[in-house]
Design a protein around this ligand. Sequence first.
Ligand SMILES: [Zn+2]
Ligand SMILES: [Zn+2]
Length: 296
Amino acid sequence: MAINKRKVFQVVFSLCFMIGTTLAHFTELPIKIPGLKIPSNPSVRVLDIETFEDWAWASFYVGIFYVFKFLLVGGLLEITNPIPKTLYRTKMMKKQIYMGLWALFFVITTTTLFFWKVEKFMPYYGYYETHSFGIKEFLLNIIVYMFCFDTWFWFTHILFHHPFLWKHVHVFHHQFVEPTAFGQDAVHPLEAIVQGPFGHFMCTLFYPMHPVAHSVFGLLTSFFAIFAHDGRWDPNFHIAHHHYNDVNFGLYWGFWDKIFGTRYNPTKHGVYKPTWERNDQGLSLLKNIENKERSK
Ligand SMILES: [Zn+2]
Ligand SMILES: [Zn+2]
């Protein structure tokens, strides 16, 4: 029986969501990291940031963690990806790493800035200090988070395809027709902030999110996006978006794409094949690019 990789990934991803968020119940650990203030009650917030110094330390630690994850997971996926490692691909990969690290700087500092300056003004701030967080709230947290993030992502993504924003912002991400796992964060800083922290915190306007579960969702979503750009476990077929430019604008699933008719459809768009699998035509294209790189 053939295994549908996409279905397997969807199941694994959902399981990770559940396992990760169950850990939300066991977070009162006495962790001491110099400069980093982890509150004794994580059901209100995950980080105590009250001064510029707190913000700088928190950004430093969260940044180190995300950079490490970006390089480690991206590196492991790229090493194990059977796609031919042409000079062109290596050059693009380096570009994606450079752009990704730059974008991460903006994503992390904006996120910690939100914790410092905005979080306490959110309508449901501190909700789980006085309310229990059981299985029902946990499942609703997952649904609300994924729906809000996906909705925000879809509509802002469509905006980024407006000719003006495309030319000045989004084209930086679309220059990679076949991105590597490092392609997830290879975006313009404006896009990184809008589709990262803004999308992540959008749900806190509408529903009480458990701070730890919420942070775990953010981390898992970044993993999801890394895998999507690697292309082998890409449940929402994001690679088709890079290939055709006008399909699959969603993040996790094709909900809004189906409603607005922008879902990839093999009979309409043709069967997708990556360049390296398009036999003679694709390989000769890669060889041409490679020869040009060599002759430079
Ligand atoms: Zn796009
Ligand atoms: Zn992409």
